[in-house]
Design a protein around this ligand. Structure first.
Ligand code: NAD
Length: 256
């Protein structure tokens, strides 16, 4: 897989799945625009050590103007955005009747609306070059629900709907749009849920086991590296007719 000369923008790529995907794309030769909060320097250094040129932009995915600045900075720095990975996401767990309204708004903005904004702004350049890959990191929760995750489930179902619409609007072009739907991946987003369970009962090991046993028949976490390999495949020529899919990698979660 050779992505030399291509530029990838991965939102929320300072941690977890986004960083795992950025590392794989850099290994294949792509230039990377990273985005997200936290330990930015470590993320930039890790991706730089895998090859290609790397920059970071601090846009907050809740803010359309900042998203526009991220797209313009990527184009100014690298000349194009060829691969767009909409990955930034947050979680909050609570029943609907006590779900904090500001958390609902933030989840819809970051997990769903930001992909609309990045896509609408990156598409004209992709159309001009007649090549592009848009990869939306949805979730098994884009295809099935769990209690307590109304905003997340609604956003991820919406993201799969957006994926299908975009795939149809670009169907006769060299641009493809697909969603990846991971099951449990051991990242800070999931560690928080394990910590909450451990605090309620049992220890960390028990909480980790129970979390997997409830949903993921393999009893193993999916890894960011494995998701990075799937993203690489979606960037390949072999995946040119893979359009509008919601591809789960979930240890058997959705087979049940
Ligand atoms: P993570 O917490 O490790 O990473 C989230 C990333 O998003 C970080 O880089 C963070 O800085 C960034 N981010 C958060 N809010 C942001 C904002 N307002 N603006 C810009 N960046 C922001 O989480 P993760 O588990 O790697 O999740 C990445 C994606 O994968 C999310 O969309 C999540 O819903 C999805 N996902 C995760 C799992 C899992 O089990 N971890 C499963 C299915 C889907």
């Amino acid at each position: 897989m050779n992505l030399q000369g291509k530029t990838a923008l991965v939102t929320g790529s300072t941690s977890g799945i986004g960083l795992g995907i950025a590392l794989k794309l850099a290994e294949a030769g792509a230039n990377l625009m990273l985005n997200g909060f936290g330990d930015v320097e470590a993320a930039v250094a890790a991706v730089a050590s895998h090859g290609g040129r790397v920059r970071h932009h601090p846009a907050d995915m809740r803010e359309p103007e900042e998203i526009e600045a991220l797209i313009r900075a990527s184009e100014a720095e690298f000349g194009a955005i060829d691969i767009l990975v909409n990955n930034a996401g947050i979680q909050h767990v609570a029943p609907v009747e006590s779900f904090p309204v500001e958390r609902w708004d933030a989840i819809i903005a970051i997990n769903l609306s930001s992909a609309f904004h990045t896509s609408r702004l990156a598409l004209p350049g992709m159309r001009a070059r007649n090549w592009g890959r848009i990869i939306n990191i949805a979730s098994v929760h884009g295809l099935a629900a769990s209690p307590g995750k109304s905003a997340y489930v609604a956003a991820k179902h919406g993201l799969i709907g957006l994926t299908k619409s975009l795939a149809l609007e670009t169907a006769t072009t060299g641009i493809t749009c697909n969603a990846i739907c991971p099951g449990w991946v051991l990242t800070p987003l999931v560690q928080q849920q394990i910590d909450d369970r451990a605090a309620a009962a049992g220890g960390l090991d028990q909480a980790r086991h129970d979390l997997l046993a409830e949903k993921q028949p393999s009893l193993q976490f999916v890894t960011p590296e494995q998701l990075g390999e799937l993203a690489l495949f979606l960037c390949s020529g072999a995946a040119e007719q893979v359009r509008g899919t919601a591809w789960n990698m979930d240890g058997g979660w959705l087979a049940q």
